[in-house]
Design a protein around this ligand. Sequence first.
Ligand code: HEC
Ligand code: HEC
Length: 246
Amino acid sequence: MLLKGKFIVLSLVAASIFGCVSTTDSSKKEDKNSTSQFGGKWGTKVAEAIKALELTGNVKDGAIIYEEVCAACHQPGGNGDPAGNFPQLAGQHSSVIIKQMADIRVGNRDNPTMYPFAGVKALLAATDDIFDTPKTGPQTLADVAAYIQTLKMSPKTAKGDGKDLKHGAKIYKDNCVKCHGKKGEGIAKDYYPLIAGQNYNYLLRQFQWIKAGKRRNANPDMVDQIKGFTDRDIVAVMDWVSRQTK
Ligand code: HEC
Ligand code: HEC
């Protein structure tokens, strides 16, 4: 049974690499029916994600879904890859996982590689014959997020060159603590991500995208806060963050 799910995932990976899968249009239409919102004005509105946030995730089932759908890219332990193409997910707050999945799904955050996997329908399709009692879509999302939260972060993710850490620590302390916590641990209830120990290259890319407005789901207060940052500031603070442990 597990093989069938794997086959679907591998076909989708191949299809997305060759650019022939596009699920964003239909996802956008579904979003219009959403009624509530999370995360304030920078948040997104996806009904099934809001439902998922209210459910208790089943970690054991989440492990199966993760293995079937996510491990091909994010790696079996959830630690991503050193080049930073695939972020480390291990240890991330489940609320953040659910919010980011929803944002990716409705096109609020660009991620063509992941579109076919982000939606709960994709999660259901890949796992429909695995569980004795079929699950609802939001439940699959809650399960996989609950599992990811339990995974251990790797101490071996890529770091910067370590040459400007004092400056990085100061930048962090003066600008980031209020949202990302003292050491980058994030705040689960506000959807502020854990960034400590994330792959340096991934951090750098996301930070630059947020600064440039390319990541549309970003918190506008963060965008404001980092407007005047120089390249030196950015490299130093991301290097410092990549070295923190939770
Ligand atoms: C085909 C490869 C692929 C698969 C399969 C995949 N992802 Fe991703 N995922 C990515 C890429 C690439 C990114 C980073 C995109 C970027 O740079 O913005 C990403 C980003 C994410 C993020 C945002 C992380 C952050 O730090 O903000 C989350 C959450 C996520 N994926 C969860 C999942 C889950 C859960 C699954 C399985 C249900 C999954 N992904 C399956 C490729 C994939
Ligand atoms: C006002 C609150 C706030 C402040 C201040 C802030 N951030 Fe953020 N940051 C966020 C939120 C919220 C997100 C997630 C946005 C989203 O939903 O996509 C985020 C996302 C990020 C990401 C991307 C994480 C990922 O996994 O994709 C990085 C990197 C980051 N912040 C670094 C920083 C650094 C470094 C600072 C200080 C220079 C900072 N932030 C200041 C709220 C903030």
